[in-house]
Design a protein around this ligand. Structure first.
Ligand SMILES: Cc1cc2nc3c(=O)[nH]c(=O)nc-3n(C[C@H](O)[C@H](O)[C@H](O)COP(=O)(O)OP(=O)(O)OC[C@H]3O[C@@H](n4cnc5c(N)ncnc54)[C@H](O)[C@@H]3O)c2cc1C
Length: 465
């Protein structure tokens, strides 16, 4: 069997690469491990908000690049982030030409382009017939019109490398010859060995906030072929109520990030251990690094619970959705009683809250660890009743991965690229993550890197002909 280009994974990155490759005259073969025509993948479960660094995709490329650069802050693990800024507008235009439909989902800038129909602002997972599911089905249909079907039940695990370049892939003992392979398998969040190697000492204690289909197969294949890996320690995820392990209504929404970013997150000693002001993705990463990631608790007061936690611009708002869905919000009239209810050191919590309130007032010794204050305004913990939510870190996808250049070509760990090998979407590394755990937009990354991979492969194919 042979094709011009084999694509591993039928998520948004893979279907984008396949359709673009077919548009450019290549014969693509798409391998998908899932067996159901509506196979699970993160793309199908997504909220459907298309943005780059929370910017409107039709903003000027310079504005989007500036937002990207502010987010990644020059970190070497995100050396290709600017590609996302430059290519965002084109990615949106390409999707619309493929038949993607969008609505404006809310007043905030990153909600300008939401795949239609949108998911309701409720708790739990709701994907069937929603915008991202509709888009995947549309891209699959477009591919069929272009003469290619997605091969289900096809888990790729072995690359063929000949004379230093990619010659194809082996699936279920069948050799498929192809001059180009695109790894678009969605990351390594569901591979506990890789997770332990790079993300958390106890990965089983992170909640899989997604389809859990990214098993790192592409990464392992690429690594064996000499690929450079980059930014491996960071993931995209959010803080969730701890009962999300038992209660499916508590993931992927509502998320606890807005409360935590304005309040404090403490360990069992009642002490802060992270910079809440860096936002939810950063906090989820820090919680994951704890010896036991299931020991973190958010502490806040009544003003926050009835203020920003009830702000329905951030769908779905925590108050009242979280409690109605079965989440635990502990409540007490004083901090000592709250500490007891939450299993925290009362002495430790009293000191942490006093230090926090003093730091907001500008007195005392400030925050330790330090706290970023220009992204999310810290709120005092002063108005009873006081509240606590036991939390967990939810992982959606790993942000590091196989290092690619701006054309989605996989870089060799020694020098140059591995000829014929590409990576796209959450399998690719070098755009998001880094010290800030910068999140630039998983859907946009899938489309942009998928387009770039197909175009670069088509260019190489033409040059070789
Ligand atoms: C709940 C949720 C909400 C989200 N909301 C948003 C949002 O609003 N905006 C946004 O920008 N991003 C969002 N994201 C992130 C976004 O969905 C992903 O970043 C993006 O869809 C990744 O696309 P992908 O194609 O790289 O991976 P995936 O969609 O995960 O696709 C990878 C595919 O590869 C297949 N595969 C894996 N291994 C193999 C193998 N060895 N052989 C063959 N096939 C294989 C998998 O089965 C899967 O179908 C959200 C994600 C989730 C889970």
């Amino acid at each position: 069997m042979s094709g011009d280009i084999v694509i591993i994974g039928g998520g948004l990155a893979g279907l984008t690469a396949a359709n673009r490759a077919a548009e450019l005259g290549l014969n693509p073969i798409v391998l998908e491990q899932g067996g159901d025509p509506q196979y699970f993948c993160n793309s199908r479960f997504a909220g459907g908000l298309l943005h780059v660094a929370f910017k409107d995709m039709t903003a000027s490329p310079d504005d989007i690049v500036a937002a990207v650069e502010a987010a990644i802050d020059g970190d070497a693990a995100t050396m290709n982030g600017a590609v996302m800024g430059r290519e965002g507008g084109r990615a949106l235009a390409w999707l619309r030409a493929e038949g993607a439909r969008f609505i404006k989902g809310g007043s905030l800038e990153f909600m300008r382009w939401v795949l239609a129909p949108p998911r309701p602002r409720g708790a739990g997972l709701d994907w069937k017939g929603r915008g991202p599911d509709v888009l995947l089905r549309k891209l699959t249909a477009n591919l069929a019109e272009r003469g290619t079907t997605v091969r289900l039940n096809s888990r790729a695990r072995e690359l063929i490398v000949e004379d230093g370049r990619i010659a194809g892939i082996i699936v279920d003992d069948t050799r498929i010859d192809a001059g180009a392979v695109v790894i678009a398998d969605g990351g390594f969040q569901a591979n506990m060995d890789l997770m332990r190697r790079f993300i958390s000492p106890q990965p089983e204690r992170l909640l899989q906030r997604g389809a859990a289909t990214g098993r790192g197969d592409g990464l392992l294949m690429a690594e064996a072929a000499g690929a450079k890996l980059v930014g491996m320690g960071r993931f995209y995820g959010h803080l969730l109520g701890r009962e999300a392990f038992q209660n499916d209504k508590l993931w992927p929404y509502p998320i606890i990030d807005p409360i935590a970013a304005s309040s404090i997150v403490v360990n069992e000693a009642g002490q802060r251990f992270l910079d809440e002001g860096m936002g939810g993705v950063h906090m989820a990463n820090e919680v994951a690094k704890l010896d036991d990631p299931l020991t973190a608790t958010v502490i806040f007061d009544d003003a926050v619970w009835n203020g920003l936690a009830a702000d329905n611009r951030y769908p779905p708002c925590m108050n009242p959705v979280f409690v109605k869905a079965g989440g635990t919000v502990l409540e007490a009239g004083d901090l000592a009683s709250l500490a007891q209810a939450a299993g925290l050191s009362a002495e430790g919590l009293a000191k942490t809250v006093a230090d926090h309130n003093a730091a907001i007032e500008g007195s005392g010794g400030g925050w330790s660890p330090s706290r970023t204050t220009n992204r999310f305004k810290p709120q005092p913990i002063a108005t009873p009743p006081f509240r606590a939510i036991p939390i967990c870190a939810g992982i959606t996808y790993t942000m590091g991965g196989v290092a690619i250049d701006g054309d989605s070509r996989v870089q060799h760990r020694d020098d140059g690229v591995i000829p014929g090998l590409f990576a796209a979407g959450s399998a690719s590394g070098g755009m998001e993550g880094g010290a800030n755990a910068a999140y630039l937009g998983g859907l946009a990354k899938a489309v942009i890197t998928g387009l770039r991979a197909a175009e670069a492969a088509a260019g190489e194919n033409k040059a070789a002909a």
